[in-house]
Design a protein around this ligand. Structure first.
Ligand code: FAD
Length: 412
């Protein structure tokens, strides 16, 4: 799968990316992690800390999958509102999920502080504005629900928004205790620490075929055979080539990064900005004074077609930014298109699958993928080191997908 087209920004922010060798021998380990993006790196870091004999392989250069295309907004609110989750899953499960996202943000902050490579983790608030007047009642309801369960949020009317931003919107929620990060540096930093903790890392090493036994999984790779007691599939959106989830949807998403514009903040507290429309636009700033804006997701998966669409979509993104901030002379320095995955019910898929014995899947799909990947890594690290996490039931891979002949597994 071609995950990314165009020119991503984050790799340019790190002077020296880490190099790891391809696998060139047979190995045995307790846990094999397939995939060294945000999900795999977080698992590797947590398992390394617990002294679990762990191996990570990636068919690309480590950290060069979707995680390098991620703009790095970290929020406790999700693409689906708390109100909407309550309607689908009931109050207890919905609030549990939102609280776990908020806790995951705290865990990401703690991990960021331990890394030698600076991931520019910065606490931010988020402006979630009503794209149209019709969305205002929904925002009011969401404000009530978030407040009822203790989430830090303010409700702003049109005047309150206009007093802080150079644009007018009918209303907005201002959520606190969110954050921004450089996801590429974060993954590199996690992998560097995992390596120091004894985790073995191999890049340009593809898992090609698996044999699932009662006691172990044998993984045949492009460079040797790995016998593992347990396997974590942290293969991102390409998991859909290994095991399809009926509830997963893959689309293309677009993003641009501008030139460094000014050294003074362009808007209130340099908060993260997003909106109620679906698909939504999101905006953030970077440490260098650049602006990232992304969105305009659409169902284009063919990489050739996506490259052509990128030319059009980057202009639309620049125009959307210019409409919000008419007095700033923006120009595009980086533009990319990437596969973006979400689930129909808004929850990630995390945990075992009956057709893959001794395996766990980590699919932090959705716009909050880094946050749900953190939550998943914590759950799986606990589960693999003897602490059962009943919360996994909520994220079960079989909640909508019952094993059936339609569930294809080309790698098996
Ligand atoms: C445009 C865009 C915007 C986003 N915005 C945000 C955001 O603002 N905030 C947020 O939190 N999240 C966001 N996300 C989601 C976030 O990027 C992802 O959830 C997260 O980075 C995915 O990490 P991952 O480890 O699951 O996948 P990846 O980073 O893709 O890592 C998976 C790795 O598995 C490897 N792999 C696959 N198959 C094999 C195989 N057979 N053998 C060996 N290796 C294999 C791949 O090479 C890859 O490196 C966004 C994503 C995109 C694309």
């Amino acid at each position: 799968m071609e995950l990314i087209s165009g020119n991503t920004f984050w790799p340019s922010t790190l002077e020296q990316t880490l190099d790891f060798p391809p696998l060139a021998e047979d190995l045995t380990c307790d846990v094999l992690i397939v995939g060294g993006g945000m999900g795999g790196a977080l698992c590797a870091r947590l398992l390394g800390e617990r002294q679990v004999n762990t191996v990570v392989i990636d068919k690309r250069k480590l950290a060069h999958g979707s995680s390098s295309a991620n703009p790095g907004l970290l929020q406790y609110s999700n693409d689906k509102t708390l109100t909407s989750f309550i309607n689908t899953f009931g109050e207890a499960n919905a609030v549990l999920f939102y609280r776990m996202c908020k806790d995951a943000l705290d865990q990401l902050e703690k991990l960021a502080a331990t890394l030698d490579i600076n991931p520019s983790f910065t606490r931010r608030s988020s402006l979630y504005y009503a794209s149209t007047l019709a969305d205002v009642p929904m925002l009011q309801k969401e404000f009530e629900q978030l407040t009822r369960f203790g989430f830090p949020v303010e409700y702003w009317d049109e005047q309150q928004v206009a007093a802080r931003f150079p644009f007018r919107k009918p209303a907005a929620l201002y959520t606190h205790e969110d954050a921004e990060v450089n996801p590429f540096c974060f993954v590199q930093g996690l992998l560097q620490t995992a390596s120091r903790l004894g985790v073995s890392l191999y890049e340009h090493t593809e898992a090609k075929h698996f044999e699932f036994g009662e006691q172990e999984v044998v993984c045949h790779t492009s460079g040797g055979t790995i016998r593992a007691k347990k396997v974590i599939f942290a293969t991102g959106y390409e998991t859909q080539e290994i095991k399809t989830d009926r509830g997963a949807v893959l689309e293309s998403s677009y993003a641009i990064v501008t030139n460094p514009v000014v050294d003074t903040p362009l808007w209130h507290e340099q908060c993260l900005i997003w909106e109620t429309a679906r698909p939504y636009l999101y905006i953030r700033s970077t440490q260098e004074g650049r602006i990232i804006i992304g969105g305009f997701d659409e169902p284009v998966l063919d990489s050739k077609q996506r490259e052509i669409r990128l030319l059009h979509q980057q202009k639309k993104l620049l125009q959307a930014l210019q409409e919000l901030f008419p007095n700033v002379p923006f120009k595009i320095d980086y533009a990319w298109a990437a596969i973006f995955g979400s689930t129909h019910d808004g929850l990630p898929y995390i945990g075992p699958h009956p057709r893959f014995p001794n395996c766990y899947f980590l699919e932090g799909y959705g716009g909050n993928g880094s946050v749900t990947n953190m939550m998943a890594a914590q759950l799986l690290a606990d589960e693999l080191t003897g602490t059962h996490r009943p919360e996994l039931e909520l994220y079960s891979l079989t909640r909508t997908t019952k094993p059936s002949p339609e569930t294809t597994e080309p790698l098996v």
